[in-house]
Design a protein around this ligand. Structure first.
Ligand code: ADP
Ligand code: ADP
Length: 233
């Protein structure tokens, strides 16, 4: 089953008299359980495509079916609802609340989903266990290393069981060794059946994914199965 199905997506930005065609013709299908990297140089359209795939924005034309639902013409409220249900976001800058503990950060999406306090703690603890950080549950972000912070962010992204983990330059703020630890975690998540879409401009990071979609000037330059997936040690 396809989780992501885009057909001939275009995205235009109007800036005064200038029209920027950020995406010109993007047709992609991604099945449940795939681990895909979007690659491309700066300005190729990665962020624009990620914003559309993540339901933060809608295409100018073309369609986007996410988990069986046509989201391409949805308004902001409907889109926000789909986003909370279907997408777990991980960012380069972690985006954790500094005054909240790891556990409270991970439990946050569950407040909006309407869970009781006891259920939130249990589920958030389970998600922290899943990223190997149960013993850091009561630490605040400034008491954690960069890699641990990103693992907390991954736990928060997954706590609601989204259909896609969407990671925007997830290793962009991490040193090489820690980056590989996060790729090791992604590999484990992939093995458990999570669908992962990662945006990166780093070849060394994209190599961990199982399919690499390269963008250039708003079109797909190549879409290839990665035959040499690097296995984290
Ligand atoms: P990437 O993430 O690969 O660097 P982007 O999707 O950010 O690429 O940008 C693709 C093109 O669209 C670039 O030419 C960029 O300047 C332009 N662009 C992106 N966002 C906007 C926006 N909000 N308004 C106008 N132009 C934009
Ligand atoms: P990234 O580092 O992820 O590629 P960018 O620096 O390209 O991000 O863009 C950061 C944000 O600014 C994005 O949300 C993008 O839509 C917006 N943006 C990018 N280019 C432009 C532009 N030329 N005009 C207005 N907004 C832009």
């Amino acid at each position: 089953m396809n989780i992501i199905e885009t057909s001939q997506i275009q995205k235009r930005y109007i800036m005064g008299a200038e029209v920027v065609e950020a995406l010109k013709d993007i047709t992609i299908s991604i099945r449940k359980g795939e681990y895909v990297a979007f690659m491309g140089p700066s300005g190729s359209g990665k962020s624009t495509l990620m914003n559309i795939v993540g339901c933060l924005d809608t295409p100018t034309s073309g369609s986007y079916i996410l988990n069986g639902q046509d989201v391409s013409r949805m308004g902001e409220n409907e889109l926000a609802e789909i986003r909370n249900k279907e997408i777990g976001f991980v960012f380069q800058t972690f985006n954790l609340l500094p005054r909240q503990t790891a556990l409270e950060n991970v439990a946050l999406p569950l407040i909006y989903a309407g869970y009781s306090r006891a259920d939130r703690i249990e589920k958030a603890m389970g998600a922290l266990r899943g990223v190997g950080l149960e013993n850091r549950a009561h630490h605040r972000p400034n008491e954690l290393s960069g890699g641990q912070r990103q693992r907390v962010a991954v736990a928060r992204a997954l706590v609601n069981d989204p259909s896609i983990l969407l990671a925007d330059e997830p290793t962009g703020n991490l040193d090489t060794k820690t980056s590989y630890e996060i790729m090791d975690l992604f590999d484990q998540l992939y093995s458990k059946g999570n669908t992962i879409v990662m945006v990166t401009h780093e070849e060394d990071i994209a190599k961990y994914s199982h399919r690499i979609i390269r963008l250039r000037d708003g079109v797909i330059e190549s879409d290839l199965v990665n035959d040499d997936v690097i296995k984290p040690v």
